[in-house]
Design a protein around this ligand. Structure first.
Ligand code: COD
Ligand code: ZN
Length: 369
């Protein structure tokens, strides 16, 4: 009997993204099927489309989403049909040395199989079109009506939270808030600058506000993004469309910052984050450059002033621990997610949503399948 098809956005090797009908196999052992309620469009989807990172294609795109569990594969525990879930793009194996050390965001099999090969844990894909296998993307592939993911990638959350808002917890919010609260563990009273005010950077600003930072400075080239940063808790903003970021930050804070977050991942913004640190400061590198690029910094200044450079993958997030907490923070009003959402569109308008993100006209656009 032929399986009903699912509408999904597929990235092809020629960088084209096409919404088309594909077949989704049922969940295998340890996997679950989720009906997608909403999926957010992230800069990393653009990076993948443009070929900045080695991503196996063709693939069903999307890595930020939320939905409802519709079926369970054999042996799945801790989830039930009907559960509301936020999807995680590090569906941890639970048993490698990093998982055992409670660092699931560094899960090795997730990195080697799910990320690098675009498959699930048995080494195969649930997606296909005709005779052709399609890859999973970051183990999520949220730009589809339904998906199959490892059960560790479907994180149950409270049912009164709107799925078409908390969908963005799965990437932008976990990555940004987590960089501040988990990776850097920014203490109350700290002075912090955030370079880049997209969905991820604005989540860093909110993390800094939640941490009780004494000074939060937001940096961007887009005045509209800076106005939003101010509304979300930045005390000062710096428009660097015509200015040098390091000079502008030193003008504001001559002794340098305790923490500077690079929420963009260009070589120059990484270098700026390190150069704007004060004594004992830490640069937190959240954005990823194109594969193979290198950055420069002054090692003597690093040693002399006890500065640190921290790489932050997924905000050092333990999804089972952190997603429900982030959803709670939204429901109590401590975390503003609504302001991060520019609007929603049907899945078929993914092209327009990607263009708006690339042009700087959107923060998070939600695609509704
Ligand atoms: N100086 C200051 N601001 C700048 C500059 C600059 N030179 N260039 C661009 N900006 C601003 C833009 O105006 C925009 O406001 C912002 O930087 C970027 O925002 P978005 O919305 O385009 O990007 P995000 O927030 O969706 O994503 C940023 C990431 C850093 C997460 C992403 O690009 C990335 O590098 N991800 C890799 C790391 C990762 O975790 N990947 C996996 C899933 S995200
Ligand atoms: Zn993302």
């Amino acid at each position: 009997m032929s399986r009903p098809t699912v509408r999904a956005a597929v990235l092809y090797p020629d960088h084209a993204v096409t919404v088309t009908e594909v077949v989704l196999d049922p969940p295998g052992p340890g996997e679950v099927e989720v009906e997608i309620a909403a999926a957010g469009v992230c800069r990393s989807d653009l990076h993948a489309i443009e070929g900045h990172w080695p991503v196996p294609v063709p693939a069903v795109l999307g890595h930020e989403g939320a939905g409802i569990v519709t079926s369970l594969g054999a042996g799945v525990t801790g989830l039930e049909v009907g559960d509301h879930v936020v999807l995680s793009w590090v569906p941890a194996c639970g048993s490698c040395r990093h998982c055992a050390a409670r660092r699931p965001w560094l899960c090795e099999p997730a990195d080697e199989l799910i990320f690098a090969q675009g498959v699930l844990y048995d080494g195969t894909s649930r997606w296909h079109k005709g005779e052709d296998r399609l890859h999973h993307f970051f183990g999520v592939s949220a730009f589809a009506e339904r998906v199959v993911v490892p059960s560790s990638g479907a994180i149950p959350i409270r049912r009164d939270a709107p799925l078409d808002v908390v969908a963005i917890v799965g990437c932008a919010v976990a990555t940004g808030v987590g960089a501040v609260l988990n990776t850097a563990q920014v203490p109350a009273g700290a002075e912090i600058a955030v370079i880049g005010c997209g969905g991820v950077g604005l989540s860093c600003v909110q993390g800094a506000r939640i941490a009780g930072a004494a000074r939060i400075v937001a940096v961007d080239v887009n005045p509209a993004k800076l106005a939003i940063a101010k509304a979300l808790g930045a005390h000062d903003t710096v428009d660097v469309s015509q200015a040098d970021t390091v000079i502008a930050l030193r003008d504001l804070q001559p002794a340098g910052f305790d923490y500077v977050i690079d929420a963009i991942g260009h070589v120059e913004t990484t270098e700026q984050a390190i150069a704007a640190l004060g004594m004992g400061g830490a640069a937190v590198i959240v954005g990823a450059p194109r594969a193979g690029e290198t950055a420069r910094f002054d090692p003597l200044a690093l040693v002399d002033a006890g500065r640190r450079i921290l790489g932050s993958n997924y905000g050092s997030t333990d999804p089972r621990r952190d997603f429900p907490r982030l959803v709670d923070r939204y429901m109590t009003g401590e975390l503003d997610l609504d302001t991060l959402i520019s609007g929603s569109r049907p899945l078929t308008e993914i092209g327009e949503a990607l263009k708006q993100l690339a042009d700087g006209h959107a923060l998070r656009t939600l695609l509704i399948p």
